[in-house]
Every structure is written in C-alpha cells, then in structure tokens.
Design a protein around this ligand. Sequence first.
Ligand code: COI
Length: 361
Amino acid sequence: MAPSVHSSSSTLLTSDTDERYANVNWEELEFSLTPTDYMFVAKYKQGETFSEGNIVPYGDISISPCSAIFNYGQGLFEGLKAYRTEDKRIRLFRPDENALRMQNGAERLCMTAPSAEQFIKAVKQTVLANKKWVPPPGKGSLYIRPLLIGSGAMLGLASAPEYTFLIYATPVGEYHKVSSGLMNLKVNHHNYHRSHYGGTGGVKSCTNYSPVVKTFLEAKSLGFSDVLFLDAATGRNIEELTTSNIFIVKGDIVTTPPILGTILPGITRKSVSELARDIGYKVEERDISVDEMLEAEEVFCTGTATVVKAVETVTYKDKKVKYKTGEEALSTKLYTMLTDIQMGIVEDKKGWMVEIDGCDD
Ligand code: COI
C-alpha cells in the first residue's frame, strides 16, 4: 500500500511557519529535529522505474502495518548537508557520493534506488522548498535526510512490492556537543558488536543503528562521549564509533580502518583522507589494533553529522590514554580545511560543492 501524506494535526501548516521560524535560536542550534515546511516523496512499485515524486508539506505519512520497513527493517538512510555562504548561495557537499552509497545499499538490501540524477534533483528540490531554514553562514547547516524504505505490504519475507523515497530536512548545529568540544571514547571490548563480515555494516541500513544504542547509552552513563567498536572476527582491531569513522595519527602517517564491508564508507572520511594527503601526510587504510591506537599521537573521528572531531581520551579496559588536541593537532587543521570549503570561505578546487540555483533572492 502506498504511503499517503496526511493533513493530520502533526502536519505543519504554512501559517505555523513564521512562528516556528521566529522561535529558532540560530546561535544555539543543536543536532535535533526542527521541523521545516516541506519534504519530498516519491514512490514506485517493484520492477518499475522511479516516479518523479513531489514536494509536499512536511508531516506524518501512513504506511501499512505489514510493510517491509516495519516488519523486516528493509530501509536505508543518508545524511548530507547544505550550507549558506556569505554571498547568499546555498550549496550541497558531495551529494553524488550519497546517491552512490544509497545505490550500493539498495543492491545489498534488494531494493531499487533512485538514479544519482534523480537523487540529486530531489535533494535540491527539498532544499529549495525549505531554503529559509538553511542557517545563516557559520551558524550551522541544513541536514538533509533521504530515506529509501520498503513501504509496500507483504507478510512472507521478500523484497517489498513498493518503495518510498522520502527526503526531509532540518537545520542543525554540532553533533556530539560537549563542553570541551573533545571526545572521550570507551572501547567496547566485551559485549555487542556493530557489524561482521558479510553483514550490512558497510551500507547505511537503518538496521545498523538501533543495535548500538544500548552500548552507547551504557558508555554515556559512565561519562563517555561515544563507543568505539572492535571487529567481530578477532576483537583486536578498531572499526568505527556508533555514527563516525575513526583515524589515528603518528608522525606523518594517518591511518584509518579499511572498507571491507564492516565499516561505513564515510564521505567525510574519504574527503578528509584526500585533504590530509594534500598537505603531505601519508594516508593508510589497513587494520589498526587497539594496541596500535593506544600508541598513537592523535585520534580523531569523522562523519557528516560529526564533521571532524578530536578525541581527547580513549579508555580500553582499565587503561586510559590521552591524545594531542588543540591548535597544533592535525584534526583541527583538517576540520578547518574541510569546513572552509563547505562554507565557501575558500575556493572549492575539488569540485565537491554543488550549487542550488534559485536561492539568492
Ligand atoms: C550522519 O552523520 O549523517 C549520520 O548518519 C549519523 C546519524 C545517525 C546522526
């Protein structure tokens, strides 16, 4: 059954917009949902090509209780950001990479994804419809959340008879907002794993995320900012945080775990690796044992929501190691290099930024 967009009490009416907008504190944006005005919805039957889709008022959708997403978790999501520049442009960061990652995930979960062209067009339409919600330059970004879900009803396990591609957006500030701005990680060494070879850890399946919440909350209750998961096969190598990739630095070598199906191929990970190479670092993608990380000079993590965050401490069993942070740290340099490109402070020589036309009024 097709999801329909309701004009229920939770649907936002245009008349609410001004009041909701007036209530946003742009100086104190957090990584949380501020409903915007519109979302994009497209749906299609299995075996058909994608319908063009429409911009509709942001609001609840109705989905069959028997849908593949509700019953079997057949769903993928993406996260990307739009930035407002001082000269009044609005630009997306590498949307083609998100489109590609959604296609790879769809292949793994037997879904049909939009083409890169359809994906980028829909993202642009969503941003344009919500352009007033893109934060002022330097105050944050518009976080865009594309979803591809099995929305059609079926009881036996199969690929869904119908899919929905939906995009909503919300203005956001910093993820992992901690007073020091630094991360304190706990290595998860004794209970749950995030992923395993042959699983779905390498695609952005919705089902990768709720299983890590238990470990995350346990670590939070002990005062840590996040959990660092180890590989399920050996329990010796570092893999990924709940929502970010990880890097270590020693001398002029920057190392990050390899993309072998157990960690998410992060777009910020890829971009930051390129930036580190540009300034003379050697970037290696290979297994990193916990012991090697404990000997590193610097540790940092990356992600669309996370951006680039320095890790101040890592705790493994009863050992706590402190790393270099601050102005001299490579993570600070990479953060500035990346966000200067994203915010239009320096010229984008990489061709990473995609302009949204019609935003300059
Ligand atoms: C992102 O960084 O965009 C993510 O998808 C992580 C999210 C769960 C906050």
